[in-house]
Design a protein. Structure first.
Length: 451
């Protein structure tokens, strides 16, 4: 069994490393899945009766396969959030069940039980609320009320205090465990309530990290080395990714979690801006693109909603056939989860060599003939660079406004998920192309085909 665990742990590490690149991510995911299967086989080895475990394994596998097959790419972030929640709930139930079986375990084990329950509960309700926000079942804007941070601090302090009492005398404090469960569930909701939609990529990373930490705690409860290793890898990678995302927004983790970003009402359309909106038709956009020698495409959540990634690839093919250099500028927090745009473009067989990070493309932006912004808003908002009163001031953006010409594909003049007005729309070199992004791009492609 030890050899199975060593092989499985090695596969986890290799798979996690391969997830860092879109070119190898799919194989990395498969390698990690094989590692998990080996870990399960090793754990069940020698057990004579595991019919319930196999039933759960088959039902869970079927539910996961069906969900992964049927989910739309636009709904991928909320599915990830929901799966994080299920992982937290599983850890909570494992800790609770283990306490029922052994009321007087060693002190270290009882502390691990409480941590599995506490972190698992926070992960579950926080992830469910994140799912609801991403699915627009509840408003995506932050929900703030007087004394919110004080209440959260008191709940956290209460959870720690109950944990100390529970660890000292577990056999006579079953009620304390129940209070711990309740506090964890409430704390998960109150922790995500004040977080706005623009910060959801960070929240998903954080909840993913929580689910890993809960699994690691459950591993200590069950004395299962594989759960400890897997949970630690997920927890550590989630925290690292959170830090990367926060750096991409030039904000601290504390600012993301407690600031209520996006809670202020956005300014009316055009407030504080000079000029007027200039819109053009897809046919007019074609003439500019046909003459362009360099084009940079900046995808955002609007591309995911319109499911336009394949048409984007087709347009890029026509541009390249016309002798135009095409690149895709990817902002670290574009979309609703880390790597959202990379996943969509990979689905459309866009070459990884054409994907350019923000820090690399910005110095070259003044040389670009045309920048096409497809559904992105907050990650190209010049207010982050110029307006000190803006909630997103200081956030690094893709400087599309420095390109010679900017085409912005949007359905309307509504602000983005952060609720912040975008002065880019009123720039002299910006042309708005209103309508469904997929239909707009198809119209441009049609013009290329006609010539």
């Amino acid at each position: 069994m030890e050899w199975f665990y060593i092989i499985a742990a090695s596969l986890f590490v290799v798979g996690l490393k391969m997830l860092s690149s879109p070119e190898t991510a799919r194989h990395g995911n498969l390698i990690s899945a094989v590692g998990m299967l080996l870990a399960i086989v090793a754990t069940l080895q020698g057990r004579m009766s595991f019919s319930w475990i196999m039933a759960g394994f088959l039902i869970g596998s079927a539910a996961g396969a069906i969900s992964a097959y049927r989910v739309k790419m636009t709904a991928m972030p909320e599915m990830v959030a929901l799966f994080n929640g299920f992982g937290g709930l599983a850890s909570l139930l494992v800790g609770w069940a283990e306490y029922h079986m052994h009321r007087t375990p060693p002190t270290f084990t009882i502390a691990s039980i409480y941590l599995a329950v506490l972190i698992g509960g926070v992960t579950f309700t926080g992830s469910v609320l994140a799912f609801a926000k991403l699915s627009e079942l509840v408003p995506g804007k932050p929900v703030l009320f007087r004394g919110q941070q004080v209440i959260n601090a008191l709940l956290l302090a209460g959870a720690v205090w109950f944990g100390v009492l529970f660890t000292i005398t577990p056999e006579s404090h079953y009620t304390i465990l129940i209070f711990g469960v309740i506090i964890s569930l409430v704390l998960g909701i109150l922790s995500v309530l004040p977080i706005g939609g623009a910060d959801m990529p960070v929240v998903i990373c954080l909840l993913n990290s929580y689910s890993g930490l809960a699994a690691a705690a459950a591993g200590f409860v069950l004395a299962n080395d594989m759960m400890i290793v897997a949970g630690s890898l997920v927890g550590a990678s989630g925290i690292i990714l959170c830090q990367i995302m926060c750096k991409a927004m030039n904000r601290s983790m504390a600012h993301v979690l407690f600031s209520g970003f996006g809670s202020a009402a956005s300014a009316p359309a055009g407030a504080g801006t000079k000029g007027e909106v200039k819109s053009i038709s897809p046919q007019d956009a074609y003439f500019a693109l046909e003459a362009a020698r360099s084009v940079v495409i900046v995808p955002g959540y609007g591309m995911a909603v319109a499911q336009a990634q394949h048409v984007v690839k087709e347009l890029a093919d026509h541009l390249e056939a016309n002798g135009t250099e095409v690149k895709y500028a990817i902002h670290p927090v574009a979309g609703r989860m880390p790597g959202h745009m990379n996943v969509l473009l990979a689905e459309a067989d866009v070459s990884y060599d054409q994907l350019v990070e923000m820090d690399t493309i910005n110095p070259a932006m003044p040389t670009m003939d045309v920048a096409i912004v497809i559904g992105a808003n907050d990650v190209v908002n010049p207010a982050a660079r110029e307006d000190e009163s803006s909630p997103i001031y200081g956030m690094p953006i893709i400087n599309v406004d420095q390109a010679h010409t900017v085409f912005v594909l949007k359905r309307s003049m509504a602000p983005g998920f952060a609720g912040v007005e975008n002065p880019l729309f009123f720039n002299e070199n910006t042309r708005m192309i209103f309508g469904d992004a997929k239909q707009t791009l198809q119209a441009i492609v049609t013009e290329f085909k006609a010539t």
